[in-house]
Design a protein around this ligand. Structure first.
Ligand code: PHE
Length: 482
């Protein structure tokens, strides 16, 4: 597969608003085709939501405090995007830009499931939950099949084949045992198999069918059936920001102005005029075309002459709250004590998920993501200061990991994307991809829009890359036609 590139050279001056993944990819592709590009970025760094937090970083929130990240050398947290599916265009850019990848573990049999509201007394391992849910479902379906309940749907041969499948899938008993599920070594062991006469002790017995259904643990299994969340997944070695760093390097740092906050967008009869503030001074940049890659809720606050329909369309998608906390520990107790090497614990607590690192296994220290949640759960944490978030994350997480969750904590940092200046959200949701979505997927005069919010993979870098490719292709066609 060859790299994407625009065909045929053209010359025009383009200003790109925003140095997030969409803006950088736009500038990169236009630069490859010979365009003169300037990128304006309000923040003092590139990457936008693609942000990796490391020791020494400062993290400032709107109306909040500034955190000074204290992580040790080599420890990082991907505060924004953290996983890449193999089919995504993001993988192609990693190859093209020479960004090394490693596996990101999105699902791990050793991680936990915990539904407090279902009255679960303690978390269960994914493997145990799967053994029990698959076991009982198989038992039920085998019984129904054997008793003739599915005779209208199944031939005699179908029934034989289905029973044979269920026997293996659920590890259930034989017909003479009523196909009963009674647990299996798939649940795990309390004493692991060893040498000589150490056969191992299987964890059991399983809870009753009724209790397994009541626990609701099965609801998490379908997550990785999704096209975008299935293993294997990947991450750049050393942090997700390797992607924007590589893009910025390829674009050329001299073409990117950070600390440049756009204050007015004017569509001209020929070209565009962009007014911005940098270092306390108002500046003006004129170009042939503008590609605006800011989030719609941010773009909507900038004065422009693009018309009422554009303004109304920019206000249509709804910003979604999301947040994370990084908990750095002096030892990797999740590996040594709990035998968890990467992956995710899912819960119905407001922390939603706990992520174990998919890098630096058996290292001296390490970082767990103590919550990654969306919507109302993320708002709960966003409203607190960092100290409050940390206290709550530890209280909730201790329900999974017990007292060791509070011990050996070295440092922590949290992000609430809804409170990030110039970003103001994790991503957006369109009530529907109606007229407003279609309008902004077209240029108004000499102004184009790009970003994951104009794609069918919102909240993924894939969406940003695809949107960038779409817009540069359309613009290039127009410039070639002259
Ligand atoms: N891409 C983000 C993630 O992987 C947000 C997202 C979550 C998108 C779930 C779709 C589904 O967490």
């Amino acid at each position: 597969e060859s790299d994407f590139r625009l065909r045929g050279r053209a010359a025009a001056k383009i200003v790109v608003l925003g140095a997030g993944v969409a803006g950088l990819a736009t500038a990169y592709e236009l630069g490859k085709a010979g365009y003169r590009v300037t990128v304006l970025e309000a923040q003092d760094r590139v990457g936008g939501r693609n942000r990796t937090l490391r020791g020494g970083d400062r993290l400032t929130e709107t109306g909040g405090e500034t955190q000074r990240v204290g992580f040790g050398d080599g420890t990082y947290m991907n505060a924004g995007p953290a996983r890449i599916a193999q089919w995504m265009t993001t993988m192609d850019y990693c190859r093209e830009l020479g960004v090394p990848l490693e596996v990101f573990t999105n699902e791990n049999a050793q991680a936990y499931l915990y539904n407090e509201s279902a009255g679960m007394k303690s978390p269960v391992r994914w493997r145990t939950a799967k053994a029990d849910v698959y076991g009982y479902i198989s038992e039920l379906l085998a019984k129904a099949t054997d008793q003739g309940a599915l005779n209208e749907r199944l031939t005699a041969t179908d029934k034989e084949r289905l029973l044979s499948f269920l026997s293996g899938f659920g590890a259930i008993g034989a017909k003479t045992d009523g196909y009963a599920y009674k647990g299996s070594d798939r649940r795990g062991f309390t004493v692991d198999p060893g040498a000589g006469d150490v056969e191992g002790t299987i964890l059991g017995p399983p809870p009753s069918l009724s209790d397994v259904l009541a626990s609701g643990v099965g609801r998490y299994f379908s997550f990785e059936f999704g096209y975008s969340q299935a293993m294997l997944m990947f991450q750049p070695v050393g942090g997700m920001d390797a992607i924007p760093r590589a893009l910025a390097k390829a674009v050329g740092p001299d073409r990117i102005r950070t600390g440049a906050k756009v204050t007015e967008i004017t569509n001209l009869a020929a070209g565009v005029r962009i007014q911005y503030e940098a270092a306390g001074r108002t500046r003006v940049l004129e170009a042939d075309y503008c590609i605006a890659t800011l989030p719609p809720q941010v773009l909507a606050k900038i004065p422009h002459n693009l018309g009422a329909a554009v303004q109304s369309a920019l206000g249509t998608p709804v910003p979604v709250s999301t947040g994370k906390i990084g908990l750095e520990y002096r030892n990797r107790w999740w590996e040594t004590e709990e035998k968890i090497y990467g992956g995710i614990t899912n819960t119905d607590l407001d922390l939603s998920t706990i992520w174990y690192p998919s890098y630096d296994y058996h290292g001296r220290s390490g970082l767990v993501v103590g919550y990654y949640n969306f919507g109302a759960q993320a708002d709960t944490y966003a409203k607190m200061g960092h100290a409050g978030r940390l206290a709550r994350a530890l209280d909730q997480g201790a329900k999974i990991h017990g007292d060791r969750y509070r011990k050996g904590l070295a440092s922590s940092a949290s992000i609430a994307w809804i409170r990030q200046p110039h970003i103001e959200g994790g991503w957006v949701g369109w009530p529907s991809r109606g007229a407003e979505y279609k309008l902004l997927n077209q240029p108004q005069g000499n102004v184009y829009y790009a970003g994951d919010w104009l794609s069918y993979e919102i909240a993924w870098q894939h969406g940003s890359f695809e949107s960038a490719r779409k817009v540069v292709t359309e613009l290039h066609q127009r410039v070639l036609k002259g």
